[in-house]
Design a protein around this ligand. Structure first.
Ligand SMILES: [Mg+2]
Length: 181
Protein backbone atom coordinates (compact mmCIF):
# COMPACT_ATOMS: atom_id res chain seq x y z
CA UNK A 1 0.00 0.00 0.00
CA UNK A 2 0.92 3.63 -0.18
CA UNK A 3 1.13 4.78 3.45
CA UNK A 4 0.84 8.52 3.94
CA UNK A 5 1.98 9.80 7.31
CA UNK A 6 1.44 13.05 9.09
CA UNK A 7 4.65 13.97 10.94
CA UNK A 8 3.99 15.96 14.12
CA UNK A 9 1.99 13.95 16.65
CA UNK A 10 2.41 10.73 14.63
CA UNK A 11 6.16 10.20 14.21
CA UNK A 12 7.42 12.82 16.66
CA UNK A 13 6.00 14.77 19.58
CA UNK A 14 3.85 17.69 18.55
CA UNK A 15 4.99 21.12 19.76
CA UNK A 16 2.72 24.17 19.93
CA UNK A 17 5.73 26.35 19.07
CA UNK A 18 6.83 24.15 16.12
CA UNK A 19 9.79 21.79 15.77
CA UNK A 20 12.50 24.32 14.95
CA UNK A 21 15.69 22.24 15.21
CA UNK A 22 16.81 18.61 15.21
CA UNK A 23 16.97 18.65 19.04
CA UNK A 24 13.27 19.53 19.18
CA UNK A 25 12.45 16.47 17.08
CA UNK A 26 11.56 13.92 19.77
CA UNK A 27 10.39 10.60 18.41
CA UNK A 28 7.25 8.94 19.73
CA UNK A 29 8.11 5.49 21.16
CA UNK A 30 8.05 2.70 18.55
CA UNK A 31 7.20 5.12 15.71
CA UNK A 32 10.46 4.68 13.80
CA UNK A 33 10.33 0.92 14.31
CA UNK A 34 6.79 0.95 12.86
CA UNK A 35 8.01 2.76 9.74
CA UNK A 36 10.87 0.27 9.37
CA UNK A 37 8.44 -2.63 9.79
CA UNK A 38 6.14 -1.30 7.04
CA UNK A 39 9.09 -0.63 4.76
CA UNK A 40 10.40 -4.15 5.38
CA UNK A 41 7.09 -5.51 4.09
CA UNK A 42 7.39 -3.53 0.87
CA UNK A 43 4.97 -0.70 1.61
CA UNK A 44 5.77 2.75 0.31
CA UNK A 45 5.89 5.52 2.88
CA UNK A 46 5.45 9.22 2.30
CA UNK A 47 5.36 11.89 4.98
CA UNK A 48 2.75 14.55 4.22
CA UNK A 49 3.25 17.47 6.57
CA UNK A 50 2.05 21.06 7.00
CA UNK A 51 5.02 23.19 8.00
CA UNK A 52 3.64 26.69 8.30
CA UNK A 53 6.75 27.55 10.34
CA UNK A 54 8.36 28.15 6.93
CA UNK A 55 5.56 30.39 5.62
CA UNK A 56 5.57 32.22 8.94
CA UNK A 57 9.32 32.84 8.62
CA UNK A 58 10.18 30.96 11.84
CA UNK A 59 12.59 28.53 10.16
CA UNK A 60 13.85 28.23 6.58
CA UNK A 61 13.91 25.24 4.24
CA UNK A 62 17.53 24.46 5.07
CA UNK A 63 16.70 24.13 8.76
CA UNK A 64 13.75 21.91 7.91
CA UNK A 65 16.06 19.74 5.80
CA UNK A 66 18.34 19.34 8.86
CA UNK A 67 15.38 18.24 10.96
CA UNK A 68 14.44 15.69 8.31
CA UNK A 69 18.07 14.60 8.12
CA UNK A 70 17.77 13.54 11.76
CA UNK A 71 14.59 11.64 10.95
CA UNK A 72 16.19 9.82 8.03
CA UNK A 73 19.41 9.06 9.94
CA UNK A 74 17.53 7.52 12.85
CA UNK A 75 15.38 5.49 10.47
CA UNK A 76 18.41 4.25 8.56
CA UNK A 77 19.79 2.82 11.80
CA UNK A 78 16.71 0.61 11.95
CA UNK A 79 16.98 -0.23 8.23
CA UNK A 80 13.93 1.96 7.71
CA UNK A 81 13.41 4.54 5.02
CA UNK A 82 10.89 7.02 3.68
CA UNK A 83 10.13 7.20 -0.01
CA UNK A 84 9.37 10.88 0.21
CA UNK A 85 8.66 13.81 2.48
CA UNK A 86 6.10 16.24 1.09
CA UNK A 87 5.86 19.62 2.77
CA UNK A 88 3.23 22.36 2.61
CA UNK A 89 5.14 25.49 3.71
CA UNK A 90 2.04 27.71 3.44
CA UNK A 91 1.14 30.07 6.23
CA UNK A 92 -2.51 29.57 7.27
CA UNK A 93 -3.45 32.98 5.85
CA UNK A 94 -1.98 32.05 2.46
CA UNK A 95 -3.03 28.43 2.30
CA UNK A 96 -3.08 26.61 -1.03
CA UNK A 97 -4.81 23.30 -1.71
CA UNK A 98 -1.58 21.57 -0.58
CA UNK A 99 -2.00 22.67 3.02
CA UNK A 100 -4.12 20.11 4.87
CA UNK A 101 -7.15 19.93 5.14
CA UNK A 102 -6.58 20.50 1.42
CA UNK A 103 -5.91 17.16 -0.31
CA UNK A 104 -3.27 18.55 -2.71
CA UNK A 105 -0.26 16.71 -1.27
CA UNK A 106 -2.22 13.45 -1.02
CA UNK A 107 -3.13 13.61 -4.71
CA UNK A 108 0.49 14.47 -5.49
CA UNK A 109 1.73 11.37 -3.64
CA UNK A 110 -0.87 9.07 -5.21
CA UNK A 111 0.01 10.34 -8.69
CA UNK A 112 3.75 9.99 -8.13
CA UNK A 113 3.49 6.46 -6.72
CA UNK A 114 0.70 5.32 -9.03
CA UNK A 115 -1.57 4.38 -6.15
CA UNK A 116 -5.35 4.39 -6.26
CA UNK A 117 -7.25 5.82 -3.27
CA UNK A 118 -8.25 2.30 -2.19
CA UNK A 119 -4.55 1.32 -2.12
CA UNK A 120 -3.69 4.35 0.00
CA UNK A 121 -4.00 4.92 3.73
CA UNK A 122 -3.45 8.15 5.62
CA UNK A 123 -2.33 8.16 9.26
CA UNK A 124 -2.82 11.38 11.19
CA UNK A 125 -3.68 12.88 14.56
CA UNK A 126 -5.78 15.92 13.60
CA UNK A 127 -9.21 16.52 12.13
CA UNK A 128 -7.57 18.26 9.18
CA UNK A 129 -5.61 15.09 8.36
CA UNK A 130 -8.77 13.06 8.30
CA UNK A 131 -10.54 15.74 6.24
CA UNK A 132 -7.70 15.71 3.70
CA UNK A 133 -7.84 11.90 3.52
CA UNK A 134 -11.63 12.04 3.08
CA UNK A 135 -11.28 14.52 0.22
CA UNK A 136 -8.71 12.23 -1.42
CA UNK A 137 -11.05 9.27 -0.75
CA UNK A 138 -8.32 7.11 0.82
CA UNK A 139 -8.42 4.98 3.97
CA UNK A 140 -7.95 6.87 7.22
CA UNK A 141 -6.42 6.05 10.58
CA UNK A 142 -6.46 8.44 13.52
CA UNK A 143 -3.79 7.84 16.17
CA UNK A 144 -4.30 8.84 19.80
CA UNK A 145 -0.80 10.32 20.06
CA UNK A 146 -0.17 14.03 19.49
CA UNK A 147 -3.49 15.84 19.10
CA UNK A 148 -5.30 12.53 18.59
CA UNK A 149 -6.94 12.29 21.98
CA UNK A 150 -8.19 15.88 21.68
CA UNK A 151 -9.42 15.22 18.14
CA UNK A 152 -11.42 12.25 19.40
CA UNK A 153 -12.81 14.20 22.36
CA UNK A 154 -14.03 16.93 20.01
CA UNK A 155 -15.64 14.26 17.83
CA UNK A 156 -15.32 13.46 14.15
CA UNK A 157 -18.27 14.25 11.94
CA UNK A 158 -20.16 11.40 10.29
CA UNK A 159 -19.12 12.36 6.78
CA UNK A 160 -15.50 11.56 7.72
CA UNK A 161 -16.33 7.93 8.54
CA UNK A 162 -15.07 5.28 8.47
CA UNK A 163 -12.06 6.27 10.57
CA UNK A 164 -9.96 3.54 12.20
CA UNK A 165 -8.62 4.48 15.62
CA UNK A 166 -5.14 3.29 16.65
CA UNK A 167 -3.22 3.90 19.87
CA UNK A 168 -0.16 5.03 17.95
CA UNK A 169 1.78 4.53 14.73
CA UNK A 170 2.90 1.12 15.96
CA UNK A 171 -0.69 -0.11 16.16
CA UNK A 172 -1.61 1.63 12.90
CA UNK A 173 1.23 -0.27 11.20
CA UNK A 174 -0.14 -3.52 12.62
CA UNK A 175 -3.60 -2.76 11.12
CA UNK A 176 -1.95 -2.36 7.72
CA UNK A 177 0.20 -5.48 8.09
CA UNK A 178 -2.87 -7.48 9.15
CA UNK A 179 -4.36 -6.57 5.77
CA UNK A 180 -7.33 -4.63 7.12
CA UNK A 181 -7.44 -2.42 4.04
MG1 LIG B 1 -0.12 16.20 13.36
Amino acid sequence: MLVLLDRDGVINEDRADFVKSPTELIFIPKALEAIARLKGHGHRLVVVTNQSCIGRGIINEEQLAEIHGKLRDNLARLSGDLDDILIAPDAPWAATDRRKPGPGMLFEAMRKYHAKPKETVFIGDSTRDIEAARSADCHRILVRTGKGQKTLAEGLSKDLMPVHIAEDLDEAASFILEGRF
